[in-house]
Write a protein that binds this ligand. Structure first.
Ligand SMILES: [Fe+2]
Ligand SMILES: [Fe+2]
Ligand SMILES: [Fe+2]
Ligand SMILES: [Fe+2]
Length: 391
């Protein structure tokens, strides 16, 4: 498959921002702004194209460990929380095929050069990319750029200079001052988005299947980490979908694409509040309507990723043949075979796993429910029978 890795990440960054907003205050487009500031500072250090790609990837993913917030959010103090999200984020980064180039960058993205950060590293032991991301992140958390005027901008630079030798190194501060000019700060979000998507550093590459799989594992881990009750749901749906694709004699590429659709089908859940995802009881009508928007967000995020057929296979997993599904109310004619397949795999996986409000059902019980749904013209009866045959 030919993909631009950072394009995928940029689309995914919207979901990551929502996760972060769920646990602490960050600006809209936080991930993208950090990526943009880092890219500009990377130019100061004259990074080559490959290095720039790595830096941008780390910048977008710097807080990916936040989706595990539920594990430690309530009972850790701020310092412990900082450390925990760095460790979780670093572990997820190790799925990336180019991890050996970016080892420890996410782990140390909150380190201070005076050694008073979460892991007490000093300037010489903190990777340059971590230092760049740390400054970009600090600035975005502490200042609002919307109403910033030249006087406010100058004050911000003075504040940063005050932290030389404490939080940041002289060199990284110089990189910031040289590249993040008032004109850069002034840019609106559309301009920033455009520059990130159309810069000279983005590269489309033919990526081997094994590498696509590890990238998928990274995404799946972040998605499933948001809720302990669905911790293996995405991988479960992906595995079912690919096994079924093999049963239907699809070629290797199609099998992989269906696996990716399975991994990403609930990416929109990252946008949904944790309290709703984990509610240990049936949702109210209003909460249920809100929860349903996850399928629409999956559609939006995947459309941005430019993933071809994978977009509809993944996003239509709650559509029903009789038009009663969501988010678009598609009917049978509008749902191709793989749209229907993903829908069935999602239902089978959900029925056979524990949820906050119910225990896992057996294969027989699940098939019984699915046959009833097929009888009501909700899902494809032939696929239900094939699932029964295979699992
Ligand atoms: Fe962070
Ligand atoms: Fe951040
Ligand atoms: Fe879903
Ligand atoms: Fe699902």
């Amino acid at each position: 498959m030919k993909i631009c890795f950072n394009h995928l990440l940029l689309a995914f960054s919207y979901a990551l921002d929502c996760v972060e907003q769920d646990c602490c205050y960050v600006s809209h487009f936080h991930g993208k702004r950090i990526a943009y500031f880092s890219m500009k500072m990377g130019e100061y250090f004259q990074l080559n194209q490959e290095a720039m790609n790595h830096l941008i990837a780390c910048a977008i993913l710097h807080d990916n460990g936040m989706s595990e917030y539920y594990k430690y959010g309530e009972h850790l103090d701020v310092d412990e929380f900082l450390k925990a999200h760095c460790i979780a984020g670093e572990r997820n980064m190790s799925y990336l095929p180019f991890y050996h180039h970016i080892e420890d960058v996410v782990l140390y993205h909150h380190e201070r050069v005076d050694g008073k950060g979460p892991f007490h590293k000093v300037e010489k032991d903190i990777p340059l990319y971590s230092q760049i991301i740390h400054l970009a992140d600090w600035v975005d958390i502490h200042y609002s750029f919307k109403k910033m005027d030249p006087i406010g901008y100058q004050k911000m630079l003075n504040d940063i200079k005050e932290l030389e030798g404490i939080h940041f190194s002289q060199e990284v501060i110089q990189a910031f001052i040289s590249t993040i000019t008032f004109e850069v700060i002034e840019q609106d979000l559309y301009a920033l988005n455009y520059e990130l998507k159309n810069n000279e550093y983005l590269t489309y590459r033919e990526i081997p299947h094994s590498q696509v799989l590890s990238i998928c594992q990274l995404f799946a881990h972040i998605i499933d980490s948001k809720s302990p009750h669905t911790k293996s749901h995405s991988i479960g749906v992906a595995t079912l979908a690919s096994q079924m694709a093999i049963y239907y004699h699809n070629d290797q590429d199609k099998v992989l694409q269906l696996f990716i659709a399975g991994v990403l089908h609930d990416v929109g859940k990252l946008v949904i509040d944790r309290d709703i995802l984990e509610k240990p009881a049936q949702l109210t009508d209003r909460e249920y309507t809100y929860m349903q928007t996850h399928a629409y967000y999956t559609y939006r995020i995947l459309t941005d990723m430019d993933l071809g057929d994978i977009v509809h296979w993944a996003s239509f997993h709650h559509e029903k043949l009789d038009g009663s599904g969501y988010p678009f109310g598609k009917v049978g004619d509008e749902l191709d075979f793989n749209d229907r397949l993903l829908a069935c795999c999602d239902i089978y996986q959900a029925l056979t796993e524990d949820r906050p409000y119910k225990k896992a059902l057996s294969h027989q019980e699940s098939i019984k429910i699915m046959r009833e749904m097929a009888h009501q013209n909700k899902i494809d009866s032939q696929i239900v029978e094939d699932i029964n045959r295979i699992f």
